[in-house]
Design a protein around this ligand. Sequence first.
Ligand code: ATP
Ligand code: LTN
Length: 332
Amino acid sequence: MTNANKQTIFSGVQPTGNLHLGNYLGAISQWVPMQEQYNAIFCVVDYHAITVKQDPADLNKRIVEIVRHYLASGINPKKSVIFQQSAITAHTELAWILNTVARISDLKKMTQFKDKAGKDQENVSVGLFDYPVLMAADILLYNTDAVPVGEDQKQHVELCRDLAKRFNHQFGETFKIPEVIMRKEGARIMGLDDPTKKMSKSASSPVNYIALNDTPEVAAKKIMRATTDSGTEIKYDKENKPAIANLLTIYSLLDNKTIKELEKQYIGKGYGDFKKDLAEVVKNFLVKYQEKYNSYTDEEIKTILKQGAKKIKPIAEEVLNKVKTKIGININ
Ligand code: ATP
Ligand code: LTN
């Protein structure tokens, strides 16, 4: 199943909207080198996706697409487990049990809920409100040591830790307490049109983000149109030059150069030169990425998902069974 000498990481992406460079740089790309060192489990969190309205046919296609993104990014199904959340019923069962430990006041604090619900908090689904509890169940079912995510998910992992501690306190040592892992740079990639807001697939403007399935030409144009700051210098200064700092971060991560190296490379050059080169870097990245993305058949992907679930289902069942015993509902 998994190697007892290695720690376990768990993470997931929702099959909603178009994945973008923020998802890739902030989350998925940091998983790739971790596959060597950890038991790595990557989930397609379809039960999370339905907390907001989805078209069933689109959702069905997107589940497969997320796996394509994982593979295109370099997740290797021989090293890591890739599976679909709804294939393992322990996720929703544990979420139900954790619902009895979570408090309404905990969930009301979640900034993602507040952002997504907006002014209409009373009329969104209970599922959207409860979403972080399901996420906690995902993580805790696999004795997870660490959860690599983008910065916007940090608060959810912290809630997961709190729920696990509360449960352990109430029922005795049961769950491992997971740590959050985030990139030092790139945990929050900002919108190309507005560097004060995170790049988001739900952004109102398509120039906010570079979708991983944008054509390389369209993506290059988006870079050329990206907002810049006043002044002319290519310098990393998050406070005063948030747009250039964001573009430098993207450049650095895609081209494997440090920000210092890039600053040096562009001494005496202007925003125009810098953006032209970055557009080329993004273009080249997408050409390779999309080639890999398209190189798998749907059948291959479905097999990967099925084998993944089969491999880790026993771990989830064992943990769930332990929980059921602790709370007193196991009668066998
Ligand atoms: P959105 O705001 O675009 O709807 P989300 O956070 O709901 O996105 P997911 O697809 O579930 O979307 O996110 C997958 C992963 O990508 C998570 O780990 C999340 O933290 C990360 N992520 C999302 N947006 C960014 C970003 N702008 N910068 C860095 N990481 C990000
Ligand atoms: N809520 C996360 C997706 C997610 C997740 C998880 C991430 C669901 N379950 C468990 C890490 C671990 C998001 O990115 N929107």
